[in-house]
Design a protein around this ligand. Structure first.
Ligand SMILES: Cc1cc2nc3c(=O)[nH]c(=O)nc-3n(C[C@H](O)[C@H](O)[C@H](O)COP(=O)(O)OP(=O)(O)OC[C@H]3O[C@@H](n4cnc5c(N)ncnc54)[C@H](O)[C@@H]3O)c2cc1C
Ligand SMILES: NC(=O)c1ccc[n+]([C@@H]2O[C@H](COP(=O)([O-])OP(=O)(O)OC[C@H]3O[C@@H](n4cnc5c(N)ncnc54)[C@H](OP(=O)(O)O)[C@@H]3O)[C@@H](O)[C@H]2O)c1
Length: 472
């Protein structure tokens, strides 16, 4: 039997998706402390011509420091045994069978590509947007550049109490000058700078003690140059169950601090800034109102009840009210999508897996793994994906040692390259991405911006063509 992982027979791994999870997994395999002599080749595929996943397409434009994490991924990409195949979509350009034929192991790192649904009437009215769409639009994802957001309305409602909701809220409240120094997509800059939105109401279905915001993100809402933050003091008077929770050892420091921050907001007098961010709690949307576009939202008051597991969940009451608004952003979480050739857990929106080993029923699928949001659901910050990827790559190496990987008929790298060339005329190699990166940074420099993003497939592919067409 051939030993895999030698210079003659390198371990060939395909990673589908080039976001944080995919890059952490690649880095861990290419610099593997437990197997120092292992010879590994990592081929990474992404459907977009650009790498970094949500670090490019999710992280808010006014958070440039967070995007600097891509420097870690650049180091991984510089490894001689790493290849990037951009603009190659798994399930379209390459099938499951194509990969099984060519790799010893497949790692799926495709993230969560769609949004969770509220399931209420009016959800699809024009003017009701998933945060996933708004985020992808202002961040220059080429699939979303044609969207048009009508920001001529006075009031927007953001549903959800997570960090994506804080991103959406800030983006609606930044000034032209603040936006102008970011890498926000050019097609979004002018509409956002000219926005007539004056009040952004953020709706949490549970209370201040259960909000999913992290402290710095919640604090930022209180530091906007153009917007006052408003919290009704009655909303921060905790109900008995929440009070007991927040005073107990089970409450996280984040939850305790969030309550403290919100109490501080409730005690503030508005200073008369042109915009208002209103944080409301214990309310759920029941219907998005309007005839041919959003004109308002009906919300109901909730109370908290303890479920069988002891968690506090929201229960609707009969009390309802209507709020006039022209825009609704549904920010209640991202959701994974099914992948060709793989099982899918519809309820959780993930590929079923046991610590990263993909499962069919209860049995692991030989040589196939998941990392990141498609493995555990759409939660966790960038760093969470490092630990998560480590768990998966440790199992992959355990399976290598136990002879439990795939046995590909054609593991030669040339065979893969010939196949990719046959399936797509517009492959973007890592050198192609570097050419895009240089072009974007050069365009940003005269304006004091980190980059001016190229936002259509055409522009991106044109810029990539400036580089050598063959993979390094
Ligand atoms: C709006 C937003 C803002 C965020 N801001 C922060 C922040 O400021 N700080 C922080 O720490 N965390 C932040 N996060 C969380 C962080 O972005 C995630 O934890 C992380 O990106 C998840 O990594 P992933 O690799 O699983 O998925 P992703 O980053 O989504 O990467 C998945 C990749 O797979 C590719 N792909 C998908 N389908 C296919 C296919 N069929 N074929 C080929 N490629 C495919 C996608 O194009 C993408 O490049 C934010 C998340 C969101 C949604
Ligand atoms: N700056 C940053 O670090 C940053 C920025 C953006 C995102 N992220 C991370 O990315 C991950 C995803 O963020 P996210 O904001 O999309 O998700 P999230 O943190 O899970 O928040 C989702 C919010 O939606 C609410 N919700 C869910 N279903 C609902 C419904 N049917 N009706 C009303 N509300 C509903 C949830 O309330 P319940 O709690 O009641 O379920 C929760 O408040 C998080 O881990 C986040 O921290 C980080």
């Amino acid at each position: 039997m051939t030993t895999i992982g030698t210079t003659e027979h390198p371990l060939r791994v395909a990673i589908v998706g080039s976001g944080p999870a995919g890059f952490y997994a690649a880095g861990q395999l290419l610099k593997c402390k437990s197997h120092p002599d292992l010879c590994v080749q990592v081929d990474m595929f992404d459907r977009l011509p650009t790498p970094w996943g949500l670090v490019r397409g999710g992280v808010a434009p006014d958070h440039p420091n967070i995007k600097a994490v891509s420097r870690v991924y650049e180091k991984t990409a510089a490894h001689p045994e790493f290849r990037f195949y951009g603009n190659v979509e798994y399930g379209v350009d390459l099938s499951h069978a194509d990969l099984v034929e060519r790799y010893h192991a497949l790692v799926f790192a495709v993230g969560a590509q769609t949004d969770r649904r509220l399931g209420i009437p009016g959800e699809d009215l024009p003017g009701s947007w998933a945060a996933t769409e708004f985020v992808a639009w202002y961040n220059g994802n080429p699939d979303y550049r044609e969207l048009e957001f009508d920001l001529s309305h006075e009031r927007a409602v953001v549903i959800g109490n997570g960090n994506v909701a804080t991103d959406v809220t800030r983006m609606l409240a930044l000034t032209r000058d603040e936006l102008a120094t970011t890498d926000v997509a050019d097609h979004a800059l002018e509409p956002l700078a000219e926005s007539k939105v004056r009040e952004i109401v953020v709706l949490g279905r549970r209370g201040p003690a259960q909000a999913a915001f992290t402290n710095p993100e919640l604090l930022e809402l209180g530091e906007m140059s153009d917007a006052d933050v408003l919290v009704d003091p009655r909303d921060v008077e905790l109900d008995p169950l929440s009070r007991a929770f927040i005073e107990s050892d089970t409450a996280t420091t984040t939850a305790k601090k969030n309550v403290e921050i919100l109490r501080g907001y409730a005690a503030r007098e508005p200073s008369g800034k042109p915009r208002r961010i209103v944080l409301r709690f214990l309310v759920s949307p029941v219907e998005i109102l309007g005839y041919d576009r959003v004109e308002g939202i009906r919300i109901c008051r909730n109370e908290l009840v303890e479920d069988e597991s002891g968690a506090l969940r929201a229960r609707r009451t009969e009390a309802t009210e209507e709020l006039e608004c022209g825009l609704v952003f549904r920010s209640i979480g991202y959701r994974g999508m099914p992948l060709e050739g793989l099982p899918f857990d519809e309820r959780r929106g993930v590929v079923p897996n046991d610590c990263g080993r993909i499962l069919v029923g209860d049995a692991p699928l030989r040589g196939e793994y998941a990392v990141g949001w498609i493995k555990r659901g759409a939660t966790g910050i960038i760093g969470t994906n490092k630990r998560d990827a480590q768990e998966t790559t440790d199992l992959l190496l355990e399976d290598l040692d136990a002879g439990r990987l795939l046995d590909p008929a054609d593991p030669d790298r040339d065979s893969l390259e010939a196949l990719v060339a046959e399936r797509t005329a517009d492959l973007v190699t890592y050198a192609g991405w570097e050419a895009i990166d240089r072009a974007e940074k050069a365009a940003g420099e005269p304006h004091g911006r980190p980059r001016v993003k190229l936002c259509s497939f055409e522009e991106l592919l044109d810029a990539a063509r400036a580089a050598e067409r063959v993979p390094r």
